[in-house]
Design a protein around this ligand. Structure first.
Ligand SMILES: O=C[C@H](O)[C@H](O)[C@H](O)COP(=O)(O)O
Length: 221
């Protein structure tokens, strides 16, 4: 059984007719987008959506989920998105797919932010997964040096032979901390560095975590 799909299917049950839905990015959000499209067809749900990435927007378009421009958004009722790590306090690392900035904007403007993960993403302490940080390409070497001074090993993300470019035209630096004991504090320090656009720590943002297990069951917290 696909644990990511199990979590996604469970979370999509929270969506009700007429809602504006934030679409996440990644291999778990993929299943949620598929399930949303299925529910629209099966139950005739009328929904509109905003997307956290060009990839998810393309998928939504293929599946017939109407994407509306942000200028037309009054409220985002619910956003369903994946994560790379989730700790016991429901703090997250996100950005493995490079979509963290748009994901954070959408999540922080949503009434409900539902995180869907398979059980392998649950950790005691964040940080084994390198923390993705979006930076502007201008003077990137200087910004990266500042990140290094926070105690991590920064690695510029590559896509094949060239630098990975986000949907916003920026770079991602994957910062290897190994252990992030105080994610809130670290997040605040990272944000003070000029050149940093956003980081992948999502602290006290998730309203619900849906965990999918290999046997197809889910745990909601
Ligand atoms: O930028 C990507 C996102 O933050 C993803 O939601 C995150 O990386 C989890 O992705 P996946 O569901 O593919 O493991």
């Amino acid at each position: 059984m696909n644990a990511k799909k199990a979590a996604a299917d469970k979370a999509v049950e929270l969506i009700q007719d007429g809602m504006t839905v934030g679409l996440g990015t990644g291999s778990t959000a993929y299943w949620a987008i598929h399930r949303i499209a299925e529910r629209m067809k099966e139950e005739g749900l009328q929904l509109q959506a905003v997307s956290s990435s060009k990839n998810s927007e393309q998928l939504a378009n293929q599946l017939g989920i109407p994407i509306i421009p942000f200028s037309a958004v009054e409220t985002i009722d619910i956003t369903i998105d994946g994560a790379d790590e989730v700790d016991g306090e429901s703090s997250l690392i996100k950005g493995g797919g490079g979509a963290l900035l748009r994901e954070k904007i959408i999540a922080s403007n949503s009434k409900e932010f539902v995180v869907i993960v398979d059980e392998s993403k649950l950790v005691e302490t964040l940080g084994k997964f390198p923390l993705p940080i979006e930076i502007v390409p201008f003077a990137a070497e200087l910004t990266i040096r500042r990140l290094e001074q926070l105690g991590c090993r920064p690695v510029v993300r590559m896509a094949d032979e060239s630098t990975f470019i986000t949907d916003n035209g920026n770079w991602i630096v994957d910062c290897h901390f190994d252990e992030i004991k105080r994610p809130g504090e670290l997040g605040e320090r990272i944000k003070t560095i000029p050149g940093v656009v956003e980081h992948g720590l999502f602290v006290q943002m998730a309203s619900t975590i849906v965990v999918g297990h290999l046997d197809g069951t889910t745990t909601v917290r």
